[in-house]
Design a protein around this ligand. Structure first.
Ligand code: AFP
Length: 345
């Protein structure tokens, strides 16, 4: 039997009391994920129905969004958590005010996929709480992602998976009903440097800035274009599922800002979506940016701050930054194709 999550967490923490509290929080999140999994597989009628309210980001809440938020809030209440920042709550919730940690969470990622039985997930980020934050809870969620003490995501799909990092590699665990807990599936993932697949919602093409269009055009041109090799495309619309695939076989995910109203900084949230994903991707040797700036270096303006997001194979993410930095100098394009007209025929 592969080592259990418990054994892994114990070896990660050693005698470090703060790491032990991070590990205890992750254990409680795992218990919550099993509760949510059981609700999902029970297929409670109406889980995908609108709950009749909207969250802070203006997204219509589904029944399962609300259920998930409650399940993970209970897990946070059982953990050394001072503040709970959730996509489904307008403001941070104060819990144990002298606790050393804060939890930022997207309780249910991929809500639009609930009724279609497509993989969905939970994304979490564990942050330190300093004395300077005690009087100003909102400030704890304005810390850069590079200070995260732990982060990860659950995928509720054919398998219940946990992908997590405490800063020492990225590891995958699978829930084993027979064992009654999570066991190690893959240790120390290495994100392949060369991407063969890209993930983007291509229906937004007309709203993208030109550099993103040029970048995607060149992927679509494949072996007949400047990249001189073919690419495959996937878009699951549950970022956790796209991320897990990219961690396993390389690739790139893009959700850029675009011209739609409210989408200037894209759709995804910096604190409880981009930061934890970036933490796991970088701990596997990949890279995550907002197109040009490393996600983990960005200072959030607030809990629900949005950010454009590009992550995956490091070389490919760096290539996107070159398209954005100087679209006219797309030197890596073969001379056969010259420069792209900005006014496409
Ligand atoms: P929902 O949780 O509202 O379904 O959004 C999922 C998500 O945040 C992320 O998981 C997907 O990659 C992305 O949005 C899908 O966005 P589009 O529906 O615009 O493609």
């Amino acid at each position: 039997m592969a080592s259990s999550l418990d054994a892994h967490l114990s070896s990660e923490c050693g005698s470090d009391p703060l790491k032990r509290q991070v590990a205890d929080t992750i254990r409680n999140l795992c218990s919550a994920s099993v509760k949510l999994r059981n609700k999902i597989i029970a297929g409670g009628e109406g889980m995908g129905n609108a709950h009749g309210a909207t969250n802070a980001g203006g997204d219509v809440q589904k029944e399962l969004d609300v259920v998930a938020d409650k399940v993970f809030l209970e897990a946070a209440e059982a953990s050394p958590i001072a503040f709970f920042g959730s996509e489904e709550q307008d403001e941070a919730v104060a819990l144990k005010l002298d606790a050393p940690l804060a939890l930022a969470i997207d309780p249910l990622d991929g809500s639009s996929n609930i009724e279609t039985n497509v993989s969905i997930g939970t994304i979490f980020s564990i942050l330190p709480v300093g004395d300077e934050h005690r009087g100003d809870p909102a400030s704890v969620f304005r810390q850069k992602g590079s200070v995260q003490l732990g982060a990860g995501f659950f995928v509720y799909g054919p398998q219940l998976l946990l992908v997590m990092s405490m800063g020492n590699g990225t590891h995958v665990f699978i829930f084993s009903p027979s064992f009654g807990g999570f066991v190690e599936l893959k240790s120390s993932l290495v994100l392949l440097d060369k991407a063969k697949e890209f993930a983007i919602n291509a229906s937004n093409y007309r709203h993208w800035d030109q550099p993103i269009r040029s970048y995607v055009d060149d992927l679509l041109a494949g072996s007949e274009g400047p990249r001189e090799r073919d690419f495959n495309m996937r878009w699951i619309a549950s970022m956790v599922a796209d991320c897990y695939r990219i961690l396993l076989r390389g690739g790139i995910f893009l959700y850029p800002g675009d011209g739609r109203k409210g989408y200037a900084k894209g759709r995804l949230r910096l604190v409880y979506e981009a930061n934890p994903i970036a933490f796991c991707v970088e701990n596997a040797g990949g890279l995550a940016t907002d197109g040009t700036t490393r996600i983990l270096d960005i200072v959030p303006e607030g809990l629900h701050d949005r950010t454009p997001l590009v992550f995956g194979s490091k070389r490919e993410v760096e290539r996107v930054a070159r398209y954005i930095a100087d679209p006219s100098a797309l030197a890596e394009r073969s001379p056969l194709f010259g420069k792209r007209s900005l006014f496409r025929a």
